[in-house]
Each structure stands twice: as C-alpha cells, then as structure tokens.
Design a protein around this ligand. Structure first.
Ligand code: PMP
Length: 427
C-alpha cells in the first residue's frame, strides 16, 4: 500500500473525508488522493517519491511555478521580523499600491485572507452601498462558500453534485438570483423582474469553476451596460483570472471595467491572501470610513504580503503574460491535435494561462449545459491514465487547468506525448 493511501486512511478517521477542502479527496475521479511532500517549478512530488508535472498549481496561485526563489526569499526575510502584529505595516501600503498600479479600477483595496472572504465582503459592501438585498450570480460559477454565494455553485459543490448546500436558510438563498453564463437575456429578464432590488452582479469574467468557459463577445460589456442601467454594482471575481488571464487581469484583457474586483490566492503567491477593491465612492462605505463592517485579525499579514508582493513584482514583467499565453496555446493545440490523431472527440477552451478540455463532440462549450453533456466517465479514465504517466491534472471535470512560467516547452511536449498514449488507450 502506498504511503499516500495509508495517510488517506488515517486522515479519514480524523478529518472529514480526509481532506481540508472537498475536491482534494478525488471524489470527482475516484481513488485515493496523492499526499504531497514538496513542489518545485512545474513539478510536485508525493510522499511516495513520485514526481508529476503539475497543472493544478495549488488551484491557481503558482503562476511562476512552485517555490519560486524570489517569493521564498521574501518570505524567509519577512519571518525574521515576526509573524503577525495586528497593526498596520509598511508592506501593506506598498502591496496595495502595487495592486492598484496593476489593476487601476481598484482605486482602494482591502486585504483579507481568502477568496471567500473577498467575495463575501464585496457582496456585503455592494448591498450596503445600494441598500438592496438581492444579488445576481451565474449557475456554475463559484465564489467561495459564503451563504449567499453557495447557490447553484460550481467547483467542489458541482463535483459533489450539491451545487446548493444544506445549512443555508431559504430566507438567505431567496436573495440570490441565478442567471445563465454567456446569456445576457437571462440577466436582463431578472433585472426586469426586480429593477430596484438587485444590488450587484458577481461574475467570474472567465468561468473557471465549471471547467473553463471564456465569455462570448459582448457578454461582459453587456453586464456592464445592465449594471449601469439599473444602478447595480458590477463585481468581477478575479480570484482565478487575476494576473493569469492578463497582467492587468481579465478586465484588462476584455476591456471592461467593473465597479469592484475580488482577488484571491494569486496575490498571496501561495500564502492565504485575498483582496477586494474598486471605486473610491463605493470603498468609502467600508468600516472604519463607512458603516459597512468588515475586519480580519490576520488581514494584511506581513508574511503573506511579502510573498504576494514578491509574486506580483515578478508577474508584472511583460514576458510572464506572453510566456503563459504561449505555453497554454502550445498545450491546448497539442492536446487537440493528439486527440484528433486518436479519433477522440475533444473540445478545448483556453485564455491566458488557464485552459479546459472536454470529452465531447460538441463543437464549442460556451456554458454550463454544454459542460454537463460531456463524457464524465471518459474524463475519470483519462485522469488516472495521465496520473500514471506522471501528469497531475485537476481531479474533477469541473475545474480549469493552470500553467506556470516554470512549465518548459519540453514539459508541455512530454505532457502531449503522454496524453496521446492515454487517448489511444481510451479509443
Ligand atoms: N472565487 C473564485 C472565482 C474561486 O475560484 C475561488 C476558489 N477557487 C473562490 C472565489 C474562493 O476562494 P478561497 O478558496 O480562497 O476561499
């Protein structure tokens, strides 16, 4: 029995499902999860000494690859000064200035410790600012596990087949309206029904929690126009897309300016960080300037800020975005061609440093419905075949894949060659 399997048995006795976040349990693909010992560059190493080319990247933050030397040394230097003070520090100011310079729509920024906190706080702020209770989200989008947002959600909620969770009072859930991603008419219909009750639209500008679904031309622009028409707040949840779809986030790539932006894991370079920010007039409503309460003992933690700042300083170099896009294209086009050679119907979406592939003969996947029509069994089989080849993909058909600048052209080529062997076995 592998050490990973032994640890999983022990873990299940003491941690629910053996994991501290559901998708890690391999529920989406079956089998026993790998327990990871260390990671370096494009590779992760499990406790049994196996190496894998990693396309999960800690679910997004590892844009520069694992254990990047600049981030590591910034963290080690910061540790010398103490781990947490619960008082303001200079690096919080420098970090906020850095984020603002890279994402100009974020005129003011508040740091938190996770993506969930970022979206939860942004929603409260939008509600407090507009004095309206309802929010609008999209089916299959995931914005963390706060009550209002765990309604028809993606990611682990979808993987477990429970897109809405027990434990959320119906009185809360009734304020969350859900529309269809890439379908402006579904949004307009809800606003026509509740013209003065919807505080905000929250959207992943590229959906990454129902696999990877880019916005169709005009979709994000349409959301902007609807929010302007009904005086609602437009929130881009860039927890996944931030600094990965483009240096200035998806909002720069698609040229649409949200009122508020939420960021997460990426700005911590691997440490637990999130942030929300946006228009000054809205952000002024947050305590202590305004009445909308939000706080955090470890918010702006100095070690996390040191890691995040080092990460952003690297990511801001123009070659990073260029390399991420080129690598993602190489992988996506290579997988498509390999699948075609083996007569395996495969659709691929990709933008910036994120991608998704779908076992389907549909020409294009543009939304939740299309994702559900894909061959889930084939995905599971492919996942395990790739794992045996030394390639670590997200263990669910509902998650996007991520590249880093540490993935060399040779790593990607090796992945494509391995995938072709796996496609041949599927056929
Ligand atoms: N928003 C999006 C778009 C996400 O992808 C995630 C997590 N994958 C979250 C919010 C929640 O972030 P966290 O897991 O850090 O709470």
């Amino acid at each position: 029995m592998s050490k990973s399997s032994q640890l999983f048995t022990q873990a299940q006795a003491i941690i629910p499902g053996g994991v501290n976040s559901p998708v890690r349990a391999f529920n989406g693909v079956g089998g026993s999860p790998l327990f990871i010992q260390r990671a370096e560059g494009a590779r992760i190493y499990d406790v049994d000494g196996n190496a894998y080319i990693d396309y999960v990247g800690s679910w997004g933050p590892m844009i520069l690859g694992h254990n990047h030397p600049a981030i590591k040394s910034a963290v080690l230097a910061a540790v010398e000064n103490g781990l947490s003070f619960g008082a303001p520090t200079e690096i919080e100011v420098i970090m906020a200035q850095k984020v603002q310079a890279m994402v100009p729509s974020m005129e003011q920024i508040r740091m938190v410790s996770s993506g969930t906190e970022a979206t939860m706080s942004a929603i409260r702020l939008a509600r407090g600012y507009t004095n309206r209770d309802k929010i609008l989200k999209f089916e299959g989008c995931y914005h963390g596990h706060a009550d209002s947002l765990l309604v028809k959600a993606g990611s682990g909620a979808l993987t477990l087949g429970q897109p809405s969770s027990p434990g959320i009072p119906a009185d809360f859930a009734k304020h969350t309206l859900t529309a269809t991603f890439n379908d402006l008419a579904s949004v307009e219909a809800l606003f026509s029904e509740y013209p003065e009750e919807i505080s905000c639209i929250i959207v992943e500008p590229v959906a990454g929690n129902m696999n990877c679904i880019p916005p169709q031309d005009g979709f994000l622009q349409g959301l902007r126009a609807i929010c302007d028409k009904y005086n609602a707040v437009l929130i881009f949840d860039e927890v996944m897309t931030g600094f990965r779809v483009a240096t200035g986030c998806a909002q720069a790539h698609y040229q649409v300016k949200p009122d508020l932006t939420t960021l997460g894991k990426v700005i911590g370079g691997g440490m637990p960080v999130g942030a929300f920010g946006g228009k000054l007039a809205i952000m002024q409503h947050i305590a202590p300037t305004g009445p909308v309460y939000q706080a955090g003992t470890l918010s702006g933690n100095p070690i996390a800020m040191a890691a995040g700042l080092a990460a952003l300083n690297e990511i801001d170099k123009p070659e990073v975005a260029a390399q991420l896009s080129a690598s993602t294209k190489q992988l996506a086009e290579g997988l498509k061609a390999a699948a075609a050679r083996q007569n395996i119907p495969l659709a691929i979406n990709y933008v910036g440093g994120m991608f998704g592939f779908f076992f389907t003969d549909q020409a294009e996947i543009t939304g939740f419905e299309g994702v559900f029509k894909c061959d889930a069994e084939r995905f599971k089989q492919f996942f395990h075949l790739m794992l045996a080849e030394g390639v670590y993909l997200a263990p669910s058909a509902f998650e996007a894949g991520f590249l880093s600048t540490a993935h060399s052209s040779a790593d990607i080529e090796a992945t494509i060659v391995a995938a072709e062997r796996c496609f041949a076995k599927l056929a």
